[in-house]
Design a protein around this ligand. Structure first.
Ligand code: HCA
Ligand code: CU
Length: 383
């Protein structure tokens, strides 16, 4: 199958931290929190933000109105069920666009809304027509797309495209899709509709970032992300991780974003949630640029590219050369000594390295232990 190039200006992030992210366990964003997060994401350069439906609660409606009034560059969306009451309130709150969704899988049709495919199309057309008459951007997505009948979803997408929708949305609601399936479905859809295509993927089986990337390669134009990937259950595509993926594919793709702000945004959201940025988060996690084994540190000190595909400087992050363990090598110890203004001869270097290894074999050590051994080597302590 033909693989499309991802055009740098041709895709957009729809940040859903204030919608999907509100569905994360323990999220409780105040109005002020929402404003603060939106302002920082605006500065970062996300093209869209999606907020919880104003029908959910009075604060939800207040937040949509408040963010609609904020000075901002992103387009403001709200997520609504496929019905006119939700659409009317959304328009009244001053949105730029509405993300309409409805379930198309047998599960959803049977256990959720109970509508037939014809009824789904009919209500979709009605809501899209209303939104278009009110001059807002429209998107129509089919919840649980991958467990829906393929012909059914294509029929719905085609009908919505003909109804003049700006975007159709593919949703991996339960995190069941793999990258190849995502690629195939979106590729097929690309041939069926003329409008833009959005992808929303959950992370239940750890494929949310890979699937989003495949979606882009297949011709998707919009990707739903949240800060740190927060959302229902274990969440959706994390913005930072997708940026890492795109950066390693072609750095130019993400240059439109203010990359050094990523750590601050994730830090802000983590703080609001009362959690740490998970240690293994790409780019901003505590160990993202941590080098340990002697073989690695030697090469990284010679040229970081040997073991780093992302330049931490591009994100305002720094690299850590870990010297406090039994796998340490001479080059890392020399680097540490140089950092302390100590110039060790070869023999001293051998000796310090051996001492560090032997101490680390006995107990867990820290950089302070290494520094002490270095200090004692240049200033031998008399017995
Ligand atoms: C949900 C709905 C949704 C909607 C995605 C979309 C999903 O919260 O269950 O609007 O495209 O994952 O299907 O988030
Ligand atoms: Cu979702």
């Amino acid at each position: 199958m033909h693989r499309r190039e991802i055009p740098a200006g041709g895709f957009h992030f729809i940040d859903s931290t204030l919608r999907e992210g509100e569905q994360f366990r323990g999220t409780h964003f105040t109005l002020e929190d929402k404003r603060e997060i939106a302002a920082l994401l605006d500065q970062f350069g996300v093209e869209y933000m999606e907020l919880s439906t104003p029908i959910a609660s009075p604060q939800s409606a207040k937040a949509v109105r408040a963010i609609a009034d904020m000075p901002r560059r992103f387009k403001l969306l709200t997520h609504i069920r496929a019905n006119l009451d939700d659409a009317k309130l959304a328009v009244d709150c001053g949105i730029d666009g509405a993300d309409v969704y409805i379930g198309t899988s047998n599960y959803m049709r049977e256990y959720s809304h109970g509508k037939s495919l014809e009824q789904v199309i009919e209500i979709g057309q009605e809501v899209i027509a209303f939104l278009r008459a009110n001059k807002v951007e429209t998107r129509f997505s089919t919840e649980d797309t991958f467990r829906s009948n393929f012909a059914d979803v294509m029929t719905v997408y085609r009908a919505m495209d003909l109804a003049g929708v700006d975007r159709v949305g593919v949703a991996d609601t339960v995190g069941i899709a793999d990258p190849l399936q995502t690629y195939n479905l979106i590729s097929n859809l690309r041939d069926v509709v003329g409008c833009d295509i959005e992808f929303h993927g959950h992370n239940d089986s750890s494929c949310a970032v890979a699937n989003a990337f495949s979606a882009l390669q297949a011709g998707a134009t919009h990707i739903d992300t949240t800060v740190l990937g927060i959302g229902e259950r274990n969440g959706i595509t994390a913005m930072g991780a997708l940026i890492a993926r795109l950066y390693t594919y072609d750095r130019a793709l993400v240059e439109k974003y203010d990359l050094p702000l990523l750590a601050e945004i994730e830090g802000l959201v983590a703080e609001k949630l009362g959690i740490d940025i998970p240690f293994n988060t790409p780019i901003t996690g505590a160990v993202a640029f941590h080098h340990k084994a002697g073989v690695h540190t030697k090469a990284v000190l010679n040229n970081p590219v040997t073991y780093e595909v992302i330049d931490p400087k591009d994100f305002g992050m720094s690299r850590i050369i870990d010297v406090a363990h039994r796998l340490v090598g001479r080059n890392a110890i020399r680097d540490r000594a140089n950092g302390l203004g100590i110039d060790l001869g070869e023999d001293a270097l051998q000796s310090v390295t051996a001492q560090v290894k032997s101490l680390a074999d006995e107990q867990q050590i820290t950089a302070a232990d290494v520094d002490r051994i270095l200090g004692e080597t240049i200033l031998p302590i008399d017995d």
